[in-house]
Design a protein around this ligand. Sequence first.
Ligand code: NAP
Length: 265
Amino acid sequence: MRLKGKVALVTGAARGIGESIARHFAAEGAFVYVTDTDQGNGQQVASSLGSPGSFALLDVRDEAAWQQLTATIVETHGRLDIVVNNAGITGFEDGFVPHDPEHATLEAWRKVHETNLDGVFLGCKYAIKAMRATGEGSIINISSRSGIVGIPTASAYASSKAAVRNHTKSVALYCAQQNLKVRCNSIHPAAILTPMWEPMLGDGPEREATMAAFVQDTPLRRFGLPKEVSAVAVMLASDESGYLTGTEINIDGGILAGSAGAPAQ
Ligand code: NAP
C-alpha cells in the first residue's frame, strides 16, 4: 500500500499505459480519478478498480475542464497528490498522413501538439494549483523515447514529446523555487504493447514477424508491457522517490543505451 491515502488523477486512462497506471495506483491504495475522452471504456476501468475510484470525462486540451475537475477534486478530498499526464496521440489514429518534416501539414502538426504538449502544459498548470492545497505532490509526464531522438516519419510526435521532456524540468524547478514539495519527472517508454500499436501490427499471419521487425534493434528484443511502465510510475508517485525531481527515466529495453550502428563484437 505504497500510495495509501493519496488521491491521483490519470489522463488517457481508458486503455493502454494509462489504464495500467490507474490499476497499479489503485492496488497500492490510492483513490484514482480515471480520466479520458473515451467514456465507455473509462467508466469500465474505473468501476473495475476494486478500490475507491471514479471516472471523469476529461479532454486534456480543454482548459475549462481541467479547472473544473481539479477544483472539484480538491473540494471533495482536500488534496490532489498525483497527476499523470499520460494521454497522447501519434497523429496516425485516422490512417496514414505524412508526418515527415517536408510534407506534414500545419494542421496535422498542430493536432498532435494540442494533445501531447498543450494537454501536458494544462495538466501541469492545474496540478500545481491543486497541489498548493497541501504543498506536496508528484506530477508524472509520459514522454517517449521519441522525445530524445528524432523520428523522421513522425516529426510532430517526436517534437511534442521532446517539449514534454523539457517542460517537465521547468515545472520541477518552478515548484522548487516556490518552496512547494511538488516533484515533476518524465517517463520515456519505447515499444510498449498497447492498443496504440494495433493499426501498425494488424491481426493477420504477418503479426509476429511485424512485431519482431519493430524490436529488432531493441537490445531486449521484445515489446515492453504496460505493467513495466506502471511499476515505475508507482515509484515516482510514492514518497520513496522524494529526492527525484526534474529527471527522466527511460523504459525502452535498452535501446537508448547505445546505437544500432555499434559493432556487435
Ligand atoms: P493508447 O493505447 O492509444 O491510449 C491512449 C488513451 O488516451 C486512449 O484511451 C485515448 O482515448 C486517450 N486520449 C487521446 N486523446 C485524448 C485527449 N485529448 N484527452 C484525453 N484522453 C485522450 O496509448 P498508449 O500506448 O497507452 O500511450 C500512452 C502514452 O504513452 C502516450 O502519451 C504515448 O505517446 C506514450 N508512449 C507510448 C508508447 C508505446 O509504445 N505504447 C511509447 C512511448 C510513449 P481515445 O481512444 O478516445 O482516443
